[in-house]
Design a protein around this ligand. Sequence first.
Ligand SMILES: C[S@@+](CC[C@H](N)C(=O)[O-])C[C@H]1O[C@@H](n2cnc3c(N)ncnc32)[C@H](O)[C@@H]1O
Length: 278
Amino acid sequence: MRWFSRSAGSSRATEVVPSPNIWYYQQAYEVENRAQDVDGEIWRVLREECDWTGRDVLDLGCGDGFHLPRFARDARSVLGVEPYAPLARDAAKRVRELPNVSVREGRAQRLPVDDASVDVVHARTAYFFGPGCEPGLREAERVLRPGGSILIVDLDATSEPYGGWLRADIPHYDPAEIEKFFEGEGFSLRRVATRWLFTDHAAMESVLKIEFSAQVAARAVADVHKRTISTAGGAGVTLPVGYRVHTRVKPTGLVLPGHSASSGESSVSSTSTSPRIE
Ligand SMILES: C[S@@+](CC[C@H](N)C(=O)[O-])C[C@H]1O[C@@H](n2cnc3c(N)ncnc32)[C@H](O)[C@@H]1O
């Protein structure tokens, strides 16, 4: 099961969390990224949590840079950070025509980024999987300007049918424990219902096969076939997939014990300077 290697606690022991789906099956992962969130629900929620227009964005664990151009439309600057060298190179290739985007090789636990130099840290299904990711959380806090936000997007294993397949492959995975962890770290939680839309069954199968063990992938493919027959219409293959979006805002001032921090949105854009981007 591909997701297993990034389940709770696995990042404690490893500096770089193995991601076989995108490391070894990059083409199928591109199909997956294109199929994901076709209605833009995750983007809508992210934007409600923290609008990056005119701001400096860091996409952590950016893979081959699929999400960088989308941020680049409105952000002042976008920096992708990725530890796996071949993917960092492909991400740089993807954005070579975009003047406000750059890519650096690096990892969450030790970001190649100056203190207080970005307004948004975004990580999508990368590194921040629960207990064990505290070093990355500290680094994100270091590089954020006061009032900046860290946005963590991951799959919601409580949402069916996809969540059921995830849990079948990782029986010890406890979604409640993961959510409790992020709550304890000061994050809010929003659940987002999305649709993945594939052009056809072959595309859908190629993606489920890189995400699950052979046994669970076979079950998932059969489930999707059944659903498609009953909901059909001929316009591709749809799969409902739930996500979690966790957000934490870096306080703007001194936080005294027993007092909550203010997010101070307005002070961010007026005082911000560009991060060092090569
Ligand atoms: C499932 S992929 C997601 C890639 C990208 N965020 C996307 O949505 O297309 C997870 C990525 O996290 C990266 N990663 C693994 N360990 C990391 C670490 N310690 N710090 C930052 N990124 C890491 C992997 O190399 C991989 O590119």
